[in-house]
Design a protein around this ligand. Structure first.
Ligand SMILES: NC(=O)C1=CN([C@@H]2O[C@H](COP(=O)(O)OP(=O)(O)OC[C@H]3O[C@@H](n4cnc5c(N)ncnc54)[C@H](O)[C@@H]3O)[C@@H](O)[C@H]2O)C=CC1
Ligand SMILES: C[C@H](CCCC(C)(C)O)[C@H]1CC[C@H]2[C@@H]3[C@H](O)CC4=CC(=O)CC[C@]4(C)[C@H]3CC[C@]12C
Length: 369
């Protein structure tokens, strides 16, 4: 018992710990990081589920705070050994202003870095995104690429721009001296489209299908491949990176890693049907029912309507020129860098990831009825 208590010595802070990915990271740390003494969960909105975590041997501290407020971040971080920074504004639908997206994703990340330096927190794991690379504004395909594949990463949309800037800040901060004289060790993880329990966009698409009488209409050619990764595996990668950063600082510091697993390469819509199909939805058409130019016209109309209605209400449908371009551009990764650098293997097989996601969809579904 005494040995166990001694082994529990580390303090971790997870920003955005109540979000879709953040909750999985928090639960994974509690299950798979035996050296944890205290887990701090920092988020703008705290979930009531945190209460159930407070009964174990690890001290769970919930901190309601805003990453854009430097003093709040520094106060939360004092005495922490590792910070996993997943907090972010994920908005490709025009819900938030570009300024707000920048403030949360870029200034928020800068605040986390400065807090590390100020308080002496030596290890920083940043949740970046595949969007830092692409798809780019030219719609160039990225086919089974890896971290070293050349690609023209040019963006205009506020979300990928903010993630790219924030990632750059994190990587440049690697090696900075933190309070106490030790070097900061940072690295960035780039998930592709994450799916799994808690995935709100999947729920939105499901409800859209229900409104259309249990049908979805194919909009994107089945040949366009989209990278997807299960949330449990993304969380596992964060936990492993955080664990290995100290021992492998020279190799891993300042590095980027795509998050990958064995999820199949499919189009965005065909992949979603792996879960929506067993929930009773049908994808109509083997080819897109509308030509691309017409879809783009509808997407532009949506953007126009959003702009016109903005003074009155928030109109933010799934279809806009950016999301259409995203869904219609092949972007898949094939890499083993995480395996080579820190021994990552997916914790959940594709079959398990699929089953867990379906069970979550079905459970949610029965609650909703
Ligand atoms: N969902 C996806 O497919 C992907 C997400 N990512 C990245 O993963 C991270 C997590 O994304 P999700 O879990 O999907 O999003 P989410 O919206 O579910 O979670 C983000 C969390 O950050 C918190 N947050 C937002 N603004 C904050 C602020 N100012 N201060 C403190 N907390 C704040 C939110 O309350 C939320 O709990 C983000 O950084 C995102 O860019 C990367 C690739 C793919
Ligand atoms: C909502 C899009 C699908 C719309 C289908 C249509 C056009 C028929 O209505 C989603 C297609 C691709 C998604 C994005 C992608 O998975 C990569 C992402 C990475 C992130 O870091 C955040 C989320 C996202 C931007 C994701 C968002 C939804 C799509 C645009």
């Amino acid at each position: 018992m005494a040995d166990f208590a001694q082994a529990q010595k580390l303090v971790y802070l997870v920003t955005g710990g109540c979000g879709f990915l953040g909750e999985h990271v928090v639960r994974m740390l509690l299950q798979r990081e035996p050296r944890l003494r205290e887990l701090r969960i920092f988020d703008l909105h705290l979930g009531s589920w945190l209460e159930e975590l407070k009964t174990g041997t690890v001290q769970v501290t919930a901190i309601q705070g805003d990453v854009t407020q430097a003093d709040e971040v520094a106060a939360a971080m004092a005495g922490a050994h590792v910070v996993i920074h997943t907090a972010g504004l994920v908005d490709v639908f025009g819900r938030a202003s570009p300024e707000t997206i920048h403030e949360v994703n870029v200034q928020g990340t800068q605040n986390v870095i400065e807090a590390c330096v100020q308080t002496g927190t030596q290890f920083l794991v940043y949740t970046s995104s595949m969007e830092v690379v692409g798809p780019n504004i030219k719609g160039h395909p990225f086919y089974r690429g890896n971290e070293d594949t050349p690609y023209e990463a040019v963006h205009r949309h506020p979300y990928p721009c903010s993630k790219a800037l924030a990632e750059q800040l994190v990587l440049e901060a690697n090696g900075r001296e933190v309070h106490g004289g030790l070097p900061l060790v940072t690295c960035a993880l780039r998930p592709t489209g994450i799916y799994g329990e808690g995935h709100q966009i999947m729920r939105d698409i499901y409800h859209q299908g229900l409104r259309l009488g249990g049908r979805l209409f194919r909009a994107i050619p089945a040949s366009v491949e989209h990278g997807r990764v299960y949330v449990g595996n993304v969380a596992w990668m964060h936990v492993l990176v955080a664990r290995e950063l100290e021992q492998r600082a020279a190799l891993m510091g300042g590095q980027v890693y795509f998050c990958y697993d064995k999820s199949p390469y499919k189009s965005y819509e065909d992949f979603n049907m792996e879960f929506l199909g067993p929930c009773g939805l049908r994808l109509v058409g083997t080819r897109p029912l509308l030509p691309y130019w017409l879809l783009m016209l509808l997407a532009v109309l949506n953007a126009l309507l959003q702009w016109l209605l903005r003074p009155l209400l928030l109109y933010a449908p799934l279809l806009n020129p950016y999301t259409l371009a995203m869904a219609n551009t092949t972007f898949t990764v094939s890499t083993n860098k995480a395996q080579r650098h820190f021994g990552y293997e997916p914790l959940f097989s594709w079959e398990e990831s699929r089953t867990r996601t379906i069970l979550w969809m079905q459970a949610k579904d029965s609650v909703a009825q």
